[in-house]
Design a protein around this ligand. Structure first.
Ligand code: 5AD
Length: 436
């Protein structure tokens, strides 16, 4: 036996009806020819089952109204923490209960979580983030492809292996035709619906040339294009938006202006932020975030980073570990512990707007082989697959021995689909038919 609440049909477009349940909108397939907006219906399993007389519907709805609101609250609190795991730690329970109800946490609560040490407590904290992910995104997981079109870079960022500090790196720049065939493979063969084009700050490609490449890709494929070419200027951003780019991947790296200056050879954080803010105004989807574990960075810095990503309207939060590269000034720096990143991802889920996505980065995968699974179970719901041609992949050496450096796209897609399946997730941006 199953109970149902009548809903009111708001709109009907072809065979899809949008149905309102106490303010929540649900889609259902309609096969009743006589249905019109304003009708009350029962819907089950995504289908309109039958119409309900308005008088009957209103009576039932009145009876349900109070219960419905209560159920929503129960749903929010369902993660009320059992005695197991949290132990006697009432403070932790209270903070996590607040987070699970979608309430804002204080900075001191966030810092407390970030500095948790007890494994059982950490586990509970990560579970709470997973609970929120489930609540806001159900089982959807997006998987974008990234093509690194050039490893030339004019910047001297002290952490980065493709910066000017690395004199021994072989440089490459893909030709437009190489880019088109990489996009074609990703989109036509592997089913990607969103592609990031990334490079160092490479003066070898003019904005005009980049715009032409984007225009050509848009002509050939129905695909969302995100760009990540560094600080190309506001005019550059406008031009590439005009050519069809719709997303900007640009990390601010750190919200601490002093640390930013130190690690970016005297450049100003403000210039970076201006790019991101203007890009948002132009209409770009924003993917931003920072490096975790830079020498001199504090827990407070990391928490400020999360708030800054939110303030910048991040559609997707991208936070990954700093991994020292031997040919940079920061060679030999301490390597971060894996669970600091997990904790940062989980905190991001607490700080972010419900609709924001949280990425498991390749850098985290490089640090921790099971990063994807762990991250997806700690609040993250997004992955990026490297679809750069294999002959160039290892040359995009921002840090050494990147995960998936030697794996064909085929293998990567199969692995991701298998992983997502095992976790009960759906790859919403990949062709689901691919790889079974
Ligand atoms: N470790 C981790 N991430 C790095 N990046 C650059 N160098 C490193 C490193 N050594 C990241 C930066 C940049 C992105 C493209 O790569 O955060 O935004």
């Amino acid at each position: 036996m199953c109970y149902a609440i009548p809903g009111k049909v708001e709109t009907i477009d072809k065979n899809i009806a949008i149905i309102d349940y106490f303010g929540q909108k649900k889609k259902a397939i309609n096969e009743l020819l006589s249905l019109v907006p304003g009708d009350y219906v029962y819907a089950q399993g995504g289908y309109v089952i039958q119409k309900v007389k308005p008088h009957d519907a209103k009576e039932i709805l009145e009876a349900w109204q109070e219960m419905f609101v209560q159920l929503q609250e129960v749903d929010a609190k369902i993660f009320r923490l059992s005695d197991k795991g949290a132990g006697e730690n009432l403070k932790l329970r209270n903070i996590l209960d607040k987070a699970c109800e979608g309430k804002a946490l204080k900075n001191e609560d966030l810092e407390y979580l970030l500095n948790l040490k007890d494994p059982a407590e950490v586990e509970l904290f990560l579970k709470a983030a997973n609970f929120l992910r489930q609540k806001y995104h159900q089982n959807a997981c997006c998987a974008h492809g990234i093509i690194e079109i050039s490893n030339y870079c004019r910047r001297g960022c002290t952490y980065c292996g493709i910066s000017t500090h690395n004199g021994s790196l072989k440089r490459y720049r893909m030709s437009p035709d190489e880019i088109y065939s990489a996009v074609k493979e990703a989109v036509d063969v592997h089913g990607f619906k969103a592609i990031v084009l990334q490079s160092g700050e490479d003066p070898g490609y003019s904005i005009k040339e980049l715009a032409e490449i984007i225009r050509e890709i848009k002509k050939r494929h129905a695909v969302l294009i995100l760009i990540s070419f560094g600080e190309i200027g506001i005019e550059g951003l406008k031009e590439l938006f005009g050519a069809g780019a719709r997303g900007l991947l640009m990390r601010f790296e750190t919200s601490n202006p002093e640390l930013y200056r130190k690690t970016h050879s005297g450049q100003e954080l403000e210039t970076r932020l201006e790019h991101i803010r203007e890009a948002y105004k132009i209409g770009y989807l924003i993917i931003t975030g920072g490096l975790v574990g830079l020498p001199g960075q504090t827990s407070k810095d990391i928490i400020n980073d999360l708030f800054l990503a939110k303030e910048l309207n991040a559609e997707m939060f991208s936070f990954g570990p700093f991994l020292p590269h031997p040919n940079t000034p920061l060679a030999g720096s301490a390597v971060l512990e894996g669970d600091s990143i997990l904790k940062t991802l989980a905190l991001a889920r607490f700080v972010a707007l419900p609709e924001s996505k949280i990425l498991v980065t390749t850098a985290f995968e490089t640090l921790t082989p099971s990063a994807r699974e762990q991250g997806l179970l700690a609040g993250a719901n997004s992955l990026m697959l490297n679809v750069t041609p294999l002959k160039y992949r290892a040359l995009y050496s921002i840090y050494p021995k990147r995960a998936h450096e030697l794996e064909s796209i085929d293998i990567q897609v199969k692995d991701v689909i298998m992983l997502l399946k095992s976790l009960g997730r759906v790859p919403t941006d990949l062709g689901i038919s691919q790889g079974g």
